[in-house]
Design a protein. Structure first.
Length: 718
């Protein structure tokens, strides 16, 4: 994922780059945008940063203590002043509040005009009705607004290419903005559909790197990549990274072997995130062009091992394993590419390749390589020819290495590990995760009966728990009687949570367990653990919740308040709420607020950022979202349900979706990658991941202070 210009900052809208003589000189080239949640308009200073830019918030240029100030767009006007569109609404349209809420203002709206008291306004240019010569001269204006409007009017008046060429010829070379004016002419020519080859060629060799970069982009506009190929071959080595970046984009759209070869030459110079991504994307896009040529010996990328390996890694395809294996031990290969290549081989390798990777992983105790092999796509059924070398890692000092080794024992069906697995499954000194991995591996080597015996045995409850969890995944109905017996004897809620979570992940699991628990009795901590799993699943498990409440004699979770009681509570919030105490309540671990939500960059990511929640949600809406979180789920935070081909059900919020996989952010904040080949269906649940009743344990005054704290987040002190 490429970082945004202002990564980690609140969402802004209506960005405008400042070019205006009326505004302070320090503002030129800045971006003015609006933090509509916090009722303010902000200026960011922009500086070049390698092939891109970096920004820094400098100042708030306009702010209102009135929560209805909602700046949503910004423009520098023809007079050089800043015009800000104010939507004027106490509520923003992001789904937190019903669209028909009576507080919404549907009739008002304002435009603010911000002027500099220390400088005169810019004389308003004559655009409509101006002559073509006047309009052409407007292309020299320092104000971008003037240049854009002149361009539009010249197109409307059908300015002739000849007049444009004459204007270019009459430009003074001594003018410090000479090259920029010529670039404006090139852009106007594109708008007029008038191609000027001579002008384009000269700008590709301009002194100003921004002009060169702009000209390269116009090579693509005019589809001149093939005709300008030798110029592009020079520009791929341009000293300015922004020119190289634009050249890579142009070469990608050309799409032949020569363009792939030239693109990889950009690796000879320093890279940043943008350049690295652009090269990778281009090489991956052109795979069908260069890969056959590489295999057939028609190209070797100038004999450069690192260029060859970069391209092979970008493919992410089993057909390049042979080439990667040949290159991976070459001494001239960079350490960075070598690490990436080893991980690619761990995921994609055949039996012989996996043997080589395993030898390296074992000799180095390399946890990352072990996990890469363990997490490889299930479609890769290859196993190393001598997996027994893995067994020594089952006694390693590092528990994470032992767990990865256990997973590989099961994946590769290493039956010679049976005795070590049964010992590990009964090892009280081992963690629950390690015992569970051992139990799952036993099942993979056809030792399910041994796991069943362990689950029913008089062993320690924690040992029975991990055995039951592994058994559930294979035979959820056959295991459920033993599971209920176990739950009735468990004392540790964490053990119970593992059982409930295992059933929750199975498509029919909740229904099976719910039926078996009906009419039974569980201790309050164990039933509560099950209730937490059900309520944070994002699934409609209301029947399971009901059975668990009855089994544990739990009071109904949630706060039933009448409208009058809500109104009185909100009145008390305004009159006597304590923000400091509310902050402390928010951070109580049992409420899970900070686990799922962020405030000023601290906290979880599964729920919406609350940094400025008080600036865009009404107190009534905040109260309602706490009491009934599923009543109005914020867009982008809906619960996504993935059903896998093996029957496993996963839930979370959608992090990203690609052609090859879907990435879910789970309730614990972890990102889970699910290959497309393992997905049966994807649904959106109407149930919020935030469980109802989290605040049921709070006294009324505690709830009052919590709401006071939330309603004042992002609201400046009056």
């Amino acid at each position: 994922m490429i970082d945004g210009l202002n990564s980690g900052t609140p969402k802004n809208t209506g960005a405008e780059v400042v070019y205006s003589r009326h505004l302070p000189s320090s503002w030129q080239g800045s971006i003015i945008t609006s933090d509509f949640r916090a009722n303010r308009t902000v200026r960011y200073a922009i500086q070049p940063n390698n092939s891109g830019y970096q920004s820094e918030e400098v100042e708030t240029i306009l702010h209102s203590s009135h929560r209805s100030y909602r700046p949503v767009d910004t423009k520098v006007g023809p007079d050089g002043a800043v015009y800000i569109v104010d939507w004027y609404n106490p509520i923003i349209d992001h789904g937190e509040v019903d669209f028909h809420h009576p507080v919404r203002d549907k009739t008002h709206g304002r435009i603010w005009r911000l002027t500099n008291k220390n400088k005169p306004l810019v004389p308003k240019p004559k655009i409509f009705g101006a002559s073509i010569s006047e309009l052409l001269d407007h292309l020299k204006s320092p104000e971008q607004n003037t240049r854009i409007q002149a361009n539009r009017e010249l197109v409307a008046q059908h300015c002739s290419p000849k007049m444009l060429s004459n204007w270019v010829l009459n430009l003074r070379q001594s003018d410090p903005d000479y090259e920029r004016h010529r670039l404006e002419a090139l852009w106007l020519g594109a708008a007029l559909n008038a191609y000027d080859d001579e002008l384009l060629n000269s700008l590709l060799q301009a002194n100003n790197p921004k002009v060169r970069a702009g000209a390269v982009r116009m090579v693509m506009k005019w589809n001149q990549q093939q005709q300008k190929l030798e110029i592009l071959a020079d520009l791929i080595h341009d000293p300015h990274p922004q020119v190289r970046l634009e050249t890579i984009h142009a070469l990608r759209t050309l799409g032949n072997l020569r363009s792939a070869e030239l693109t990889l030459q950009a690796l000879d110079q320093p890279l940043d995130q943008n350049l690295d991504f652009a090269i990778w994307h281009t090489v991956k896009t052109l795979k069908n062009v260069w890969l056959p040529a590489l295999i057939n010996g028609q190209t070797d990328f100038s004999g450069d091992i690192n260029k060859q390996m970069f391209a092979l890694i970008a493919c992410n395809d089993v057909e390049v394993i042979g080439q990667m294996t040949d290159l991976i031990k070459r001494p001239e290969l960079s350490d960075t590419l070598a690490k990436q290549a080893w991980h690619s081989l761990a995921r994609l390798g055949d039996a012989e390749t996996l043997s080589m990777v395993l030898q390296k992983a074992v000799s180095e105790s390399n946890i990352k390589l072990l996990k890469a092999m363990a997490d490889a796509p299930k479609s890769n059924i290859s196993a190393p020819t001598d997996g027994a070398v893995l067994l020594g890692l089952l006694k390693h000092d590092n528990s994470n290495i032992r767990i990865a080794a256990l997973q590989l024992v099961g994946r590769w069906h290493l039956k010679e590990a049976a005795n070590m697995l049964i010992n590990k499954a009964q090892d009280l000194d081992a963690s629950s995760s390690e015992r569970l991995a051992a139990c799952k591996a036993m099942i993979k080597i056809d030792q399910l009966e041994a796991i069943k015996k362990l689950a029913k045995s008089p062993h320690e409850l924690s040992i029975r728990t991990t055995a039951c969890a592994a058994w559930i995944e294979e035979e959820p109905e056959d295991a459920v009687k033993s599971v209920v017996d176990l739950l009735q004897n468990l004392e540790d809620p964490k053990d119970a949570e593992l059982i409930f979570m295992t059933y929750r992940k199975l498509e029919d699991g909740p229904a099976i367990l719910t039926k078996a628990l009906s009419g039974t009795k569980l201790s309050e901590p164990i039933a509560s653990a099950g209730l937490r799993v059900a309520q944070t699943s994002g699934l409609d498990l209301s029947e399971m919740e009901k059975v668990l409440r009855e089994a544990g004699s739990l009071e109904a979770v949630g706060i039933e308040m009448s409208n009058d009681e809500k109104k009185q509570l909100l009145a008390d919030v305004a009159a006597s709420g304590n923000g400091s105490r509310g902050n402390s309540i928010y951070r109580r671990p049992q409420l899970l607020c900070a686990t799922c939500h962020q405030i000023k960059g601290i906290g979880g990511l599964i729920g919406p950022d609350l940094t400025t929640v008080g600036s865009y949600m009404t107190p009534n809406s905040i109260l309602e979202s706490i009491l009934n979180p599923g009543s109005d789920i914020k867009q982008g935070y809906e619960t996504v349900i993935i059903t896998k081909t093996n029957g496993e059900v996963l839930s979370g919020t959608l992090y990203r979706k690609t052609d090859s996989a879907t990435l879910l952010r789970q309730a614990n904040g972890e990102i889970l990658t699910v290959p497309a080949s393992e997905i049966t269906k994807i649904d959106v649940s109407p149930v919020s991941l935030m469980p109802q009743g989290l605040t049921a344990s709070l006294h009324r005054d505690e709830l009052r202070d919590l709401i006071y704290y939330l309603t004042h987040l992002g609201v400046p002190p009056s």
